[in-house]
Ligand binder design. Structure first.
Ligand SMILES: Cc1cc2nc3c(=O)[nH]c(=O)nc-3n(C[C@H](O)[C@H](O)[C@H](O)COP(=O)(O)OP(=O)(O)OC[C@H]3O[C@@H](n4cnc5c(N)ncnc54)[C@H](O)[C@@H]3O)c2cc1C
Length: 322
């Protein structure tokens, strides 16, 4: 591992300032960053730890019914939170689905959203497109774990489980930088490789996600997260889905169905949402939404199996609410 400078910031302003030099990387729990540094996937010249910034840690219900979660909050706290389990089940279930107990204790929610892709070409010493090279080797290569939605020119899938749930729950992220704070809708936070292949989100080099806000959950809101992985423990999603529904009257009033493990960012299954809204939630509607969830998918040579997974978990998730 190459040597790097280390800064343990005593304030947010100090962290932002320290992040303003080339090769500086933010360190939250370090479960992803330090592996990337060790394997020399990133050119790490300086590591800026924010672990001392206690104001960035915690889960606080707000007077208007929304929820504020500090970016440094460990995933284990989110998975165990009584209020998150009661009002935002999808988020608690997604946090509980991440890695191992150790990863969930050490890993933070901000780090989970900003972690780098797990594509095996990106994580190897190959100079792929995402590292500034000329080609995405997944196109002709080993592509069983790659994108079926939104791929090209690079076909990685976003690895975050929590991002999928937070997208279904319409979270807003507070981002702090030299220009102060701004609020970014999670739908606008992640970016397509078609727009910028070297990064996965809109953050500028010295910007930090400081908190996450989730709008109030209505009494009739139901949500869930489901994930399929090759192994039962510490594995990334082959496919996942977060569903957030408002149920009322005789059926589904609003629906957000978001897929993970299948695209470069949490993927809204628009056609599935449309298939559901205004309908009575029964097994036929759940199956129809499952079928609709793969509209627009384009499989590579070895990942068509993800289509059946998507159909199955969307149908299964909806059927669980009947
Ligand atoms: C064995 C193993 C299994 C895993 N399994 C899963 C899984 O199943 N599902 C899943 O979703 N993830 C998984 N992960 C990935 C990930 O490490 C964790 O999810 C964790 O939440 C990352 O948080 P961290 O605080 O350790 O991030 P760090 O490693 O500190 O940071 C990760 C990246 O985000 C940046 N960053 C961190 N915090 C912020 C912030 N507040 N603002 C801006 N940038 C920031 C860092 O600079 C770095 O680039 C796994 C990791 C390992 C090692």
């Amino acid at each position: 591992m190459k040597n790097f400078a280390y800064v343990k910031a005593g304030s947010l302003a100090e962290a932002i300032k320290a992040m303003s030099t080339r090769g500086a990387w933010l360190h939250a729990g370090g479960t992803d960053l330090l592996g990337c540094a060790r394997d020399e996937i990133l050119a790490v010249e300086k590591v800026v730890s924010i672990s001392r910034l206690k104001q960035l840690k915690g889960i606080s219900p707000q007077p208007d019914g929304s929820l504020k979660i500090g970016a440094l909050t460990p995933l284990a706290d989110i998975a165990a939170s009584v209020s998150i389990n009661a009002k935002y089940a999808a988020l608690a279930q997604a946090a509980a689905a991440v890695g191992t107990p150790q990863i969930r204790e050490q890993g933070t929610v901000g780090g989970n959203l900003c972690q780098r892709p797990r594509c095996w070409y990106f994580r190897s010493d190959i100079q792929c497109l995402k590292k500034g090279g000329a080609s995405c080797y997944a196109v002709m290569g080993e592509n069983q774990y790659h994108a079926i939605f939104g791929g090209g020119p690079c076909f990685f899938v976003h690895p975050s489980d929590v991002a999928v749930a937070l997208t279904a729950l319409q979270a807003q992220l507070t981002v702090s930088g030299t220009a102060g704070n701004k609020s970014v809708r999670i739908d606008s936070f992640f970016i397509s490789p078609k727009k910028a292949v070297l990064k996965e989100n809109v953050l500028l080099p010295n910007e930090i996600v400081t908190e996450i806000r989730i709008p109030p959950a209505g009494a009739s809101t139901r949500s869930s997260f489901r994930k399929i992985a090759a192994r039962g423990s510490w594995d990334f999603a082959l496919a996942s889905v977060a569903v957030a529904l408002q149920l009322g009257g005789d059926g589904v009033q609003t629906a957000r169905i978001v897929l993970g493990g299948v695209g470069p960012y949490p993927w809204r299954a628009d056609a599935a949402e449309k298939a559901l809204v205004g309908k009575k939630l029964d097994s036929a509607a759940a199956a129809a939404a499952g079928e609709a969830a793969v509209a627009g998918a384009m499989a590579l040579r070895d990942n068509a199996y993800k289509m059946d997974m998507v159909k199955g978990i969307v149908e299964e998730s909806l059927a669980a609410f009947i």
